[in-house]
Design a protein around this ligand. Structure first.
Ligand SMILES: N[C@@H](CCC(=O)N[C@@H](CS)C(=O)NCC(=O)O)C(=O)O
Length: 204
C-alpha cells in the first residue's frame, strides 16, 4: 500500500501513539497540525471529520475516516501486513492481540482517567465499572508482561505499540505504581528504544 494518508496531529496529545504506528509500518502520510490554542479541533472543517473534536484522526487514501487511537493502530497493522505487527486472523495470538488492544482502550484509559481526575472522591464501584480499579488494571498488565519481552511473548506487535505508548505517556506524568514497577519500566524502555518511536516524537 503506497497511497498517502492524512493524519491529524498535535505533538502534545495521544496522536503521538498513532504516529508511532504510522512510523512502524512505514506509511506515507500528510501531517495536518491541529493547534489546540487556535481551536482548530473545534472548527467546522475538523468537526466534519471527527464530531468529538479529538485527535488522532486519519483519513485513508480512499477517504474513510478512522478515529480512536487503538482503531487507527489496528487498522494500520492490517493495512500494512508487511510490517508483521498483527498475528493471523483466527489464531490464538490474534485473540491475545485483540485482548490487549481493547484492554488499553476500555480498561487502562478510563482507569487512568479515574485515578488522575477523581481528586478526593470515592473510587467508582469496582464491580460495576468495566475496568474494575486502577490497581486491578496495573496488576493485570504486570501479569501479562511477567517473563515476556512483549505482550504476545517474543514477537513485537501493534498491541505493544498501544499499551507501550500508554504506559510511557502515563509514566511521564507520574501515574501511580508505574515508576516502581520493574516489569513495566523494562517493557517501556524496550519498546521506546525502537527507531519508529524516536521518529514519532518529532514535533511536526
Ligand atoms: N478516545 C480517543 C481520545 C482522543 C483524545 O482524547 N484526544 C485529546 C488529545 S490527547 C484531544 O483531542 N483533546 C482535545 C479536546 O477534546 O478538545 C482516542 O483514543 O484516540
Amino acid at each position: 500500500m503506497s497511497d498517502r494518508l492524512i493524519f491529524y496531529f498535535n505533538p502534545r496529545s495521544r496522536a503521538v501513539m498513532a504516529r508511532w504506528m504510522l512510523e512502524e509500518v512505514g506509511a506515507d502520510y500528510d501531517l495536518r497540525l491541529i493547534d489546540f490554542e487556535k481551536g482548530d479541533n473545534r472548527k467546522p472543517e475538523f468537526l466534519a471529520i471527527n464530531p468529538m473534536g479529538k485527535i488522532p484522526a486519519i483519513v485513508t487514501a480512499a477517504g474513510a475516516v478512522i478515529t480512536e487511537t487503538p482503531a487507527i493502530i489496528a487498522w494500520l497493522a492490517d493495512a500494512y501486513p508487511d510490517a508483521g505487527l498483527a498475528p493471523p486472523v483466527g489464531s490464538d495470538a490474534r485473540g491475545a492481540y485483540y485482548r490487549w488492544l481493547f484492554f488499553g482502550g476500555s480498561c487502562f484509559e478510563p482507569a487512568l482517567s479515574e485515578q488522575m481526575f477523581r481528586g478526593d472522591g470515592e473510587p467508582l464501584k469496582r464491580s460495576a465499572v468495566g475496568w474494575g480499579s486502577y490497581d486491578d488494571v496495573i496488576d493485570t498488565i504486570e501479569a501479562g508482561l511477567a517473563g515476556r519481552d512483549y505482550l504476545l511473548g517474543s514477537a513485537f506487535s501493534a498491541a505493544d505499540v498501544y499499551i507501550g505508548a500508554e504506559l510511557s505517556w502515563a509514566s511521564s506524568f507520574k501515574a501511580p505504581r508505574l515508576g516502581e514497577s520493574k516489569v513495566i519500566q523494562d517493557f517501556v524502555a524496550r519498546v521506546t528504544s525502537r527507531e519508529a518511536f524516536g521518529r514519532a516524537m518529532k514535533p511536526n
